[in-house]
Ligand binder design. Structure first.
Ligand SMILES: Nc1ncnc2c1ncn2[C@@H]1O[C@H](COP(=O)(O)OP(=O)(O)OP(=O)(O)O)[C@@H](O)[C@H]1O
Ligand SMILES: [Mg+2]
Length: 304
């Protein structure tokens, strides 16, 4: 295991902070899944969280989105109206009020609903508000009809962005795997988040789909100006599109910086390759890491 080094928690580009994680610790019985993690994610930036299997990446998302209450730590989402302290909020409030959306390591669509319905259901909160939380909405109040039309327009916008307009009426479960992954991101975007958390979105994608995903995430960042937190094992995705990378190993942060800095960080090379500290990496291995070939595998299994 690599000794932790105190690392500054900053945004390397100097972008305005969107999320600040302070001393986050998550303990499961005797297991320290996250050990004193501090990091900052910038506005309109893609911040990747990488690390070997079991490093604690998904646990960070579970703490951010209210699935787990952190043992210790402060999670602040910076908003114009003030900071939202996520560790004090219920999960549904984090989605609704803090506007953090996520996708899961294993796809969680409504497979028996149509592709379009999956995107409308995601806007349930907005529609409920417009209905005044009563059945009156069902009788066609103008406010509700407008909200319904807006929800449909937003769903169609994201369907188009992910190239699924032609499949709008098909069951989500009938889509090919790569399309289901895109639909999950579209569904998360239909909640109009300020922070989008993606857990291994490139897992199982072919090189073409992986390339399209890169373009899509750049589009979301650049055109919609939201922050993206990206957990990913595919280094060809991570190194190409991230503005900032945080590396975890056994729950501890071992590196934090630009893709260039992280790629050349001996701590990262050791964590990924299990290299002896005194040995130099063989040139072909170093080249592989630079290209993005990490040894960790995308993970299968029923994880949250
Ligand atoms: N609910 C839980 N109860 C007990 N242990 C847990 C729980 N959730 C996660 N862990 C443990 O915490 C550690 C970190 O798990 P986590 O799923 O966050 O890793 P990860 O970095 O996402 O790994 P992977 O790349 O394999 O998805 C692992 O040892 C895991 O077994
Ligand atoms: Mg995980």
């Amino acid at each position: 295991m690599i000794d932790p080094v105190p690392l500054p928690a900053t945004v390397p580009s100097g972008a305005t902070p969107l999320l600040t994680v302070d001393h986050l610790t998550m303990q499961f019985g005797g297991l320290l899944a996250i050990d004193d993690l501090s990091m900052v994610a910038g506005h309109s930036e893609i911040t990747a969280i990488i690390g070997p299997n079991g490093a604690g990446k998904t646990t960070v998302f579970n703490c951010l989105t209210g699935f787990y209450k952190p043992t210790i730590g402060r999670l602040a989402l910076h908003q114009p109206e003030g900071d939202k302290l996520l560790e004090r909020m219920e999960g549904f409030r984090i989605a609704q009020d803090a506007r953090i959306a996520r996708t899961f390591q294993n796809i969680r669509l409504f497979p028996a609903m149509s592709v379009l319905e999956n995107l409308i259901v995601a806007q349930h909160n907005k529609l409920m508000r417009a209905s005044g939380y009563t059945v009156l909405g069902l009788f066609g109040l103008p406010g509700y009809r407008r909200a319904e039309a807006d929800a449909l327009e937003l769903a169609r916008y994201w369907l188009d962005r992910v190239g699924l307009t032609d499949r709008a009426d098909d069951n989500a479960g009938a889509l090919p795997y790569g399309a289901q992954r895109r639909l999950e991101i579209a569904r998360a975007m239909c909640t109009e988040p300020v922070l989008l958390c993606l857990d291994e979105p490139a897992a199982g994608l072919n090189p073409r789909e992986s390339h399209d995903l890169n373009e899509f995430l750049r589009f979301i960042r650049d055109e919609h100006k939201i922050g993206i937190l990206l957990i990913e094992h595919d280094m060809s995705v991570v190194m190409k599109i991230s503005d900032h990378i945080v590396v975890l190993d056994y729950g501890r942060k071992i590196s934090d910086g630009t893709p260039e800095a992280v790629r050349n960080d001996p701590n990262v090379i050791r964590a990924y390759l299990g290299e002896d500290e005194d040995e130099e990496l063989p040139p072909e291995v170093a080249a592989d890491l630079a290209k993005g070939a990490g040894p960790s595998a995308p993970t299968e299994g029923p994880k949250t």
